[in-house]
Design a protein around this ligand. Structure first.
Ligand SMILES: Cc1cc2nc3c(=O)[nH]c(=O)nc-3n(C[C@H](O)[C@H](O)[C@H](O)COP(=O)(O)O)c2cc1C
Length: 384
């Protein structure tokens, strides 16, 4: 991220999540309603835990917006954790000699507990899991909403769908829909998947895993449409559009793989089956592609075709039927710690990934076109 920069702070059960997004042009309309809509999309999805029923993720705008529009100053947002009321003593900020409540001493395999303890010399692994929790992504969705708003002004929309959960795949090819239309359809499904048979299979797989005290991961796809040619560059490694997208998506909790276009499947096919042949349009004024196997990026540069990125999310690490682990105080074998948890969060992961893609694309738009105000950006973009 070059022009847009952001940081988040806050613990899962702490008083609030905080975020600052710097670099937005002035004059961008941003309403609480925009933030609430995206927050609600993240909370949904079959397989989420009880926490999502407690939180409303109401976002407060603390800076950077006045009379409904950005000022050019940093955007400062806050989401108060409603659950904090119950966790106040556990999460107390002031020092105390009393033993910590709900201390965690048996790490969950695959979670931040053990590495956090070893890295930060934590006596209580709650310090690790509170920050490593994907609760933080509620703030990234909020910040991404401002980026989404900016892209919307340029008629670029970003959407997503779930392609697989557990072993159940929705094999339908990426639909020819705008990003916004895709999400509208996916949002109507409890697992954000387009195929009805696959939807039933995914719901069943989640229920079966949950009943067994187990968890599931999956694959989601993010699509952005309306993109101009020329975002990103091959001129330097760190200007490649797909490099920024991959870094951003890999920063999402539980994401373990990212692919663009045909991605891994292209590796086993011939060049003639993978590359997008080029043709003239009717009046020979424009070069066109009949396929979009590259997923909208060639050599780190957007082609103007829809951007298609997929990410693989591992199963949730907290198992109600816990894996073997070790008690670090008693030095015994023990079943892993159990924390209230989702059984599957792939539908939510897709929504969060949209927000991350929005942040990356908005940054690249600002790098290419620039503008201290929305009006100036639109002049540069050619659609005032
Ligand atoms: C939307 C979302 C919700 C998640 N919910 C949980 C959860 O309830 N319990 C859990 O153990 N992990 C959950 N995770 C995954 C953990 O945050 C993640 O596995 C952990 O931080 C370790 O990081 P890593 O998986 O990226 O290596 C969730 C991830 C996402 C994206």
């Amino acid at each position: 991220m070059r022009i847009l920069r952001f940081l988040t702070a806050g613990e899962s059960h702490g008083p609030a999540l905080t975020g600052i997004l710097e670099g937005l042009p002035a004059g961008l309309p941003l309403a609480l309603q925009d933030l609430a809509e995206q927050a609600a999309r993240r909370r949904r999805g079959h397989g989420r835990g009880g926490r999502m029923k407690i939180e409303d993720d109401a976002v407060d705008i603390l800076g950077g917006v006045r009379r409904g529009k950005t000022t050019g100053g940093p955007l400062a947002l806050q989401i108060v954790n409603k659950d904090f009321k119950v966790w106040e003593e556990v999460m107390r900020v002031s020092a105390s000699t009393a033993p910590a409540k709900r201390a965690v001493r048996i790490p969950r395999p695959g979670h931040a507990d053990l590495v956090g303890r070893l890295k930060y010399r934590l006596a209580d692994m709650r310090d690790a899991l509170e920050r490593a929790s994907a609760r933080e992504t509620a703030m990234r969705v909020a910040l991404g909403t401002a980026a989404r708003r900016l892209l919307g002004e340029l008629e670029i929309t970003v959407g997503s769908r779930v392609a697989a959960i557990g072993g159940v795949a929705d094999d339908s090819p990426p639909p020819a829909l705008s990003g916004a239309a895709l999400s509208k359809r996916a949002d109507a499904s409890p697992v954000r998947c387009l195929g009805k048979a696959a939807e039933a299979g995914m719901v069943g797989a989640i229920d079966a895993a949950k009943a067994a005290g187990d968890t599931l991961g999956g694959v989601f796809e993010v699509i952005a449409t309306g993109l101009p040619v020329g975002l990103g560059s091959y001129a330097q490694w760190d200007r490649r559009l797909e490099a920024d997208l991959a870094a951003s998506l890999m920063s999402l909790n539980a994401v373990k793989g990212v692919e663009v276009g045909m991605g891994f499947s292209g590796a086993s096919q011939r060049g003639s089956e993978v590359h997008d042949a080029l043709y003239w349009n009717k009046d020979k004024t424009k070069v066109v592609r009949k396929t979009n196997r590259s997923g909208g990026i060639d050599a780190g540069v957007s082609t103007g075709e829809p951007l298609i990125v997929r990410a693989a999310m591992k199963p949730i690490a907290t198992l109600m039927n816990p894996l073997p682990s070790v008690d670090l105080e008693a030095k015994t074998d023990a079943a892993a710690h159990i924390e209230r948890s989702d059984a599957c969060a792939v539908p939510a992961g897709a929504v969060i990934a949209e927000s991350l893609v929005c942040l990356v694309l908005a940054d690249h738009v600002l790098v290419k076109y620039g503008g201290d105000s929305l009006a100036e950006l639109k002049e540069h973009y050619g659609r005032p």
